[in-house]
Design a protein around this ligand. Structure first.
Ligand code: PLP
Length: 402
């Protein structure tokens, strides 16, 4: 018997769907194709130089920051998060009990599952969604119930349609608005009260992923679920510096909200990691303090890119919806392509033939089929070319453009 067998939980996960796209991307680079990589939500904008300078100075001048960090987040980090949260959302957070630093929000979401799931417990996961909710449930020995997010319902869930038998076996529900990948936002606050009520009634942890709360356009301001009464009884909310401050590689985020949930997550993490390096925490503090000088510019750049890409698509006769938030476009594929290719094969074909990398909708769940996600992570002058390459592929397979 081969003793090197992965755990049953790991075996349950199919090979990462995007690894196929990544392999093709590599091949395209090797073939010296002019690759335009719009597949991952990996911000191309460099981190603001005031934050970079803060990091360099801290590492150089303060050797104490080279030691193990305070895993839950140093007091200065938690106090700054608390001040920012009050200013931004009008929500008071106790820095001692209601805030925990994370090595990126992905780490926190994964460890939340591991902290709370017993074998066979369900999580309620949107379909389509950021794949981490599904994958880390499985890695924790849990089971996933996918509830659909559909265009006809503005990509909002219908809680009443989730079978009660499943709900009774569930411990966590994941929600994420502004939404990846659909770009949907919530405009009616009734939704939040409904979500809180549903979680309370069914003893669920409400895991609200607010990774895109600051990447919003046309004056739209995204809320925190913690603004709504009763949320702290059931909810934790995840925040990330990755998109807000273009700090994806720095690996820093935080979770806020219900203190019992946070204390168990902190306990779990204490067995696994040492937290965010102190010099990164101090850089993140600087980022929050400089929020007003940094974030509006980042927002402006994504909004510009959004408008240019949509205009270029329009010019080739392809219409896509205008998102109010996130750094993505969520685009419906022409029916002919859905019928003959499906989103994965189309993404592979587009990449091989033209060097444009996008994410197939099905990579985010079965209800993502028929769509693709395009991340606005390249310079303005590339979008014209992207549209032309789409046009070439659409025409080559006989799609009729307007
Ligand atoms: C919805 C959502 N949540 C969380 C994350 C992870 O963010 P972080 O870099 O903080 O781990 C992402 C990253 O793409 C995301 O799209």
């Amino acid at each position: 018997m081969n003793s090197i067998t992965p755990s049953k939980n790991l075996q349950q996960l199919p090979p990462y769907l995007f690894s196929r796209i990544n392999k093709l991307k590599l091949e395209a680079y090797q073939k010296k194709l002019d690759v335009i990589d719009l597949a991952m939500g990996n911000p191309d904008l460099p981190t603001d130089k005031t934050i970079v300078e803060r990091l360099c100075e801290t590492v150089r001048e303060h050797p104490k920051t080279h030691r193990y960090p305070q895993a839950k987040g140093m007091p200065k980090f938690r106090k700054t998060v608390s001040d920012w949260f009050r200013k931004r959302f009008g929500v008071h957070l106790d820095p001692e009990k209601e805030i925990l630093a994370l090595i990126g929000s992905k780490e926190g979401v994964a460890h939340l599952c591991m902290s709370f799931l017993n074998p066979g417990d369900y999580t309620l996961v949107p379909d389509p969604a950021y794949p981490v909710y599904y994958n880390t449930t499985i890695l924790s020995g849990g089971r996933v119930y996918l509830f659909p997010l559909e265009e006809k319902n503005n990509y909002l869930p219908d809680f009443a349609k989730i079978p009660q038998k499943i709900v009774n076996k569930s411990k966590i529900i994941f929600l994420n608005y502004p939404n990846n990948p659909t770009t949907a936002i919530v405009e009616d606050e009734k939704f939040f009260y409904e979500a809180i009520r549903f979680a309370k009634k069914n003893n669920l942890i409400l895991c609200y992923d607010n990774a895109y709360s600051e990447i919003t356009f046309d004056g739209y301001v995204a809320p925190s679920i913690l603004q709504y009464e009763g949320a702290k009884d059931v909810a934790v909310e995840f925040h990330s510096f990755s998109k807000t401050f273009s700090m994806a590689g720095w690996r820093v985020g935080f979770v806020v909200g219900n203190e019992q949930i946070i204390s168990q997550l902190e306990k779990f993490k204490s067995f696994i990691d040492y937290g965010v390096p102190t010099f990164i925490q101090l850089s993140a503090v600087k980022a929050l303090l400089e929020y007003d000088n940094i974030v509006p510019e980042i927002r402006k750049i994504y909004q510009q890119r959004r408008d240019i890409m949509i205009k270029e698509f329009k010019k080739i006769g392809y219409e896509v919806p205008v998102p109010k938030a996130t750094m993505y476009l969520w685009c419906k594929l022409p029916q002919k392509i859905v019928d003959e290719y499906g989103s994965l094969k189309f993404a592979e074909f587009l990449l091989k033939e033209t060097g444009v990398a996008i994410s197939p909708g099905v990579g985010f769940g079965p209800h993502g089929e028929g769509y693709f996600r395009l991340a606005l992570v390249t310079a303005n002058n590339r979008f014209h070319d992207v549209a032309l390459r789409f046009k070439k592929i659409f025409l080559s397979v006989g799609v009729k453009l307007k």
